[in-house]
Design a protein around this ligand. Sequence first.
Ligand code: NAD
Ligand code: UFG
Length: 337
Amino acid sequence: MTVLVTGGAGYIGSHTCLELLQTGQDVLVLDNLANSSEEPLRRVQEITGKHLDFVEGDIRDTELLDKLFSQRQIDSVVHFAGLKAVGESTQIPLDYYENNVWGSVNLLQAMQRAGVCKFVFSSSATVYGDPHTVPILENFPLKVTNPYGRTKLMVEDICRDLASSDNRWQIALLRYFNPAGAHPSGRIGEQPSGIPNNLVPYITQVAIGKREFLSVFGDDYDTPDGTGVRDYLHVVDLAIGHLKALDRLGTQQGCVAYNLGTGQGYSVLQMVKAFEKASSKEIPYQITPRRPGDIACCYADPAFAEAELNWKAEKGLDEMMADSWRWQSQNPEGFGE
Ligand code: NAD
Ligand code: UFG
């Protein structure tokens, strides 16, 4: 049986494909390469010594989806494909709704026609908005503040409605906290396009001299050192979370949301220090005004995922930073052109 991985050439998708191959699963990747290339998939096969199938195409292509479901014995779908930049989503919201919401509906319809009912969806901690308290539990109120977040919440709602309408559906909504790090081989990692939005890729680009200094967005938050606190999670742990969710779908009924985080928050300045320790590089930084839309503090209560999925983040901050640095220093241009 095959796992269809949409967006499998991307950052989290490629790490998940690697883990799937290593556990002997057949993998079919569908990716339009809008934010990636085939190179990570080539490297995944090189690292594992195993083959995966790749189709360059779009989740919005109904005919192509029907063809894939009819030609292949697809048992489950792990759905990463989508656009993910919060800032960009406020500039081109229709592209985000079309890709992320309509694309997901199109995929779910094709699954329904094919009778494939196991679905793992990449959601985000962004669906909690600015939480009243931390750590965040899955039953906290859901509230989004930007079009990207709204697409995630809409797809979650669609999945809940779908599962209520037909009890054959088995759906896991995985709410990721802050993925970071890279595979320990140093062969695959995150390749942000343009100027990185996220903290860790920005820090690693400062370390290789591609950026002059890190802007620390605000030091007047109500946190121990005044800088923003997040729950950074090693991408390999996150990838393994998808395998655990797939296992659980065998017996899980309906649509269930799981927090994938470590339960531990780190501030921006703690992240800078941890990176300096792992890389022996100094990271110059300047305190700048807060970034609009940012919240002070966000970290998971991961107990439900541990109890239900038998999943727990195993890798700590030092490993995350060492792996990020290995990836960035060995691949200063990412995957190249
Ligand atoms: P990514 O951009 O590296 O990967 C997404 C992949 O989807 C890319 O390879 C892209 O080419 C592909 N894609 C985009 N639109 C497509 C379409 N219409 N049809 C087919 N392929 C398409 O992103 P990532 O960081 O690996 O994130 C994966 C998923 O996880 C996304 O849905 C993202 O919103 C979600 N997520 C990411 C983070 C994060 O911080 N990285 C946090 C929470 C949730
Ligand atoms: N930060 C800086 N300087 C930078 C980049 C980030 O100080 O150059 C700070 C931010 O202010 C924040 C922390 O580092 O305090 C983390 O910022 P990221 O942009 O890496 O992550 P966010 O938590 O802001 O956003 C991430 C994803 C979003 C997702 C959100 C909630 O990028 O897609 O988590 O899940 F919506």
